[in-house]
Ligand binder design. Structure first.
Ligand code: NAD
Length: 435
């Protein structure tokens, strides 16, 4: 089923242009949003509402550099939507950050939160800077001034930042402290992804990979495949990829290929994942030279003969150029945007089930929600409780999306958008438009 030509034109969403070789993941996401709106026969006014971010803020962030000179950076925060609750989304530090990108990423967060029934809207932020060129002190001053300039935007009931590209636990701790100093009370719930000692959650680090595996197991079940009878290939061996590989291994699956930026490593007899994890710890966090496997390229890894493929490295890995060569039965998108919109229809024709990123990797935002809940309660859960609740929410989300896909005879990706847009639009209709 291919998207019909849209009758909507809001200015924010581009009309589909010629199929390009390199597709932006954001354009792909926008196209999917428009397709879902058509299936839902979404009222044009609601479409316009959901296509426009509720707030877009650009701040100038001056800091004193270590040299004593003043430097001025540009910071952004976009709240795409706050219909379901306070908005949630990461803050990235990168030389490429710009308003258009932040707007698209904020919308992406709206759909991701809605698909797992987390009561948050979507947001995203960033500072245009090169963090590699900044000292720790400069990064701290940049983070604190950015936060101070956004004190009226952030808040545990308003908008809750999280780590993203080039930001980490330490950056979250500075945001939390700056907000708290201004509020004159400790307000841990204003950010998530904090160190555990500052009100972070057990299980947060592993949450995305754990969620990937929960939905992958649910998908295997739908296809009548036993986890201990399947073969798995994982692209990327960082946070998401390594946890996904480990948990699939623990389920008895044969993980036959893993990879990182140094290349792909294949062993058809199965890779001992705990051993591979020990290996990277002793090898500067790299799989380079991994001895118990043959070296292949990352593109060969994607096309390997296996049951489950988990792309968990970066965007645009499966495009129209290689989609026809994919042999996996299930692709579980650990990364954001690893499959382009052009590749979707090829995979669909070949009967490959794709568990879309907004569902498959939503375990991270789900445990961020748990972190916020725990901070607000001032009562912290065990890792076992976090994992149990995460598994339940991911499993329910998979079932909801699967049912929508069956009902409309559409792919899981289209169904995930239909489900989440319907949820936000229905809530919006009930709340009405305040005037
Ligand atoms: P990470 O930095 O911990 O790991 C990335 C891994 O990918 C590394 O092993 C790296 O070597 C590898 N890699 C980089 N370029 C590669 C290439 N060209 N080919 C093969 N491997 C390559 O990052 P992460 O946190 O695991 O995130 C991975 C993806 O998952 C990203 O798309 C991210 O946006 C997405 N994601 C992460 C989370 C989270 O909670 N960490 C949540 C949602 C989505």
């Amino acid at each position: 089923m291919s998207p019909k030509k849209s009758s909507y034109n809001t200015g924010f969403y581009k009309e589909p242009g010629p199929i390009l070789d390199s597709e932006s993941p954001f354009e792909s996401m926008m196209e999917r949003f428009r397709f879902a709106a058509e299936i839902l026969e979404l009222d044009e006014g609601l479409f316009k509402y959901l296509a426009s971010p509720v707030k877009q803020v650009i701040v100038s962030v001056p800091i004193i550099m270590d040299s004593g000179k003043i430097e001025v950076f540009e910071g952004f925060r976009v709240i795409h939507d706050n219909v379901l609750g306070p908005s949630k989304g990461g803050v990235r530090f990168s030389p490429d950050v710009n308003l258009e990108e932040v707007k698209a990423l904020a919308a992406w967060m709206t759909w991701k939160c809605a698909v797992v029934n987390v009561p948050f809207g979507g947001a995203k932020g960033g500072i245009r800077c090169n963090p590699k060129e900044l000292s720790l002190g400069e990064l701290e001053r940049l983070t604190r001034r950015y936060t101070a300039n956004l004190l009226d935007v952030f808040g545990p009931d308003r908008d809750i930042p999280a780590p993203d590209m080039n930001t980490n636990e330490q950056v979250m701790a500075w945001i939390m402290d700056t907000y708290s100093m201004n509020a004159q009370r400790t307000e841990t719930a204003v950010v998530t992804g904090k160190p555990i000692i500052l009100g972070g959650s057990e299980g947060r680090k592993e949450a995305t990979g754990r969620g990937v595996v929960t939905v992958t197991l649910a998908a295997l079940n739908k296809l009548g495949l036993m986890p201990n009878k399947v073969t798995v290939a994982v692209q990327g061996f960082g946070n998401v990829g390594s946890v996904s590989a480990q948990l699939m291994y623990e389920q008895g699956a044969k993980v036959i290929a893993i990879s990182d930026v140094s290349g792909g490593y294949v062993n058809r007899a199965g890779i001992d994942i705990p051993h591979a994890l020990d290996y990277i710890k002793s090898n500067n966090n790299s799989l380079e030279g991994y001895p118990h496997a043959d070296l292949i390229s990352n593109s060969e890894l994607l096309e390997i003969d296996c049951d489950v493929l988990i792309p968990a490295a970066k965007e645009d890995q499966i495009s129209k150029h290689n989609a026809g060569n994919i042999k996996a039965k299930i692709i579980s998108e650990g990364a954001n945007g690893p499959v382009t919109a052009n590749a979707d229809s090829i995979l669909e024709q070949n009967g490959i089930m794709v568990i879309p990123d907004i569902l498959a990797n939503a375990g991270g935002v789900t445990v961020s929600y748990f972190e916020w809940v725990q901070d607000r309660q001032g009562y912290f859960w065990t890792e076992e409780r976090v994992n149990r609740r995460l598994n339940r929410m991911m499993r329910n989300a998979f079932d909801n999306v699967y049912n929508v896909s069956e009902k409309h005879k559409i792919t899981l990706r289209q169904a995930a958008y239909v489900y989440s847009i319907d949820r936000v639009a229905t809530t919006l209709k009930m709340r009405g438009i305040y005037a």
